[in-house]
Ligand binder design. Sequence first.
Ligand code: DGY
Length: 328
Amino acid sequence: REMSDSKPRKVFFSRQLPGVALDRLAAEADVTIWPKADAPTPDELSDVVRGCDAILTLLSDAVDGRVMDAAGPQLKVISNYAVGYNNIDLAAAKQRGIQVGNTPDVLTDATADLAATLMLAASRRVAEAADDVTSGRWQNWEPAGLLGVEPSGKTLGIIGMGRIGKALANRMVGGWKMNLIYTSRRDQTDVNESLSGRRVELDELLRESDFISIHVALCEATRKLIDAEAFAKMKSNVVLVNTARGEIIDQDALLDALDTCKIFTAGLDVTTPEPLPASHPLVQHQRCLILPHIGSATTTARSAMTEIAVDNIIAGIQGKSLRCPVTL
Ligand code: DGY
C-alpha cells in the first residue's frame, strides 16, 4: 500500500524515545506509545501490535514469529532502537517479508567511551573506593590501600574488531599507548597499520592480554564465549570489560574467576538478565563494577538513534529500503 492511501498507518513504539524525530512520524502515521514504566511482556506485546504497519522495539523486547503474526500480514518493518538485534528473530522476519532496521554508527563513540570508562574504573577499583567513602570505611590514606593496575604500555585484547572495537582501540592505543591484539573474522589492515594491531586467535588473545574488552554481537557462536575454559587461559590480574551483551560471558565462571582472584576486576555494562537483581553475587562483588546498560546513553547518541529508527519506519511503511537495514 502507498502512503497516499486514506487509511492511516499504525505504528507501535514500545517506549517513548528521546529526541524530536517522532514529530516527523506523527505526520505520517498514528503512533501509539507503550504507556507503562515496565516493558510489555511478550503477551502484552503481541496484543498491542495487532494491526500495526511498523513496530519500534528495544533490545529488551523479544520479537519472534508469534509477535509478527499477532501484528498481522500488513506488518512491514521492525525498527530496533539499538545497533544489536539479537532480540529479533531474523529468519521469521525474512520468511514474512518484514524489513528489520537498526541504529549503527551514531552510538559508536558513546559506547567506546563507556568501554574506556569501565577499563579505567575497573582497573583503579573506583566502585570499591567510592563505596569506602560512602560507607564511612575510609579512615586513613593507606600506602598499600586500593592498589590498581595501569593500562599504559599493557596489552589490550579486543574481541571483535568492528566499529566500536576500533573506536576503543583508537582511544586506548592513541591515549594510553597500549599494545593491541584483536580477534576478527578478517584482518583489519587499517588497525594493523595505524594502531600497530595484530589479529590473533581467541586463545592467544586470552593468554596475552592484560585488559580484555568484548565487542562481538551475540549469536550462537558467541554465547558463553568467555567460559571457565577461557578464564583458565587468562593471565592473572586481567581486567575484563563487556559492553556488548551479557550472554557472551558465563556469569558463573566469571564469579568463580573473581572469587579465586583469577582475574583482577570486571567492568560490565551488560548482564544476564537485565536488570541483574541487587542481591546477585556479581552485583555484591567488590571487584565487579556493573552499570545498567548505558553504553549509548548520551543525548547525542540517543537523539541520533531516534532519527535513524524513525527514518527506518518511514521508509519501511512506504515499502522502500531502510536507511539502516539489517541483512536478512
Ligand atoms: C545497542 O545499541 O545494541 C545497545 O545495546 C543499546 O544502545
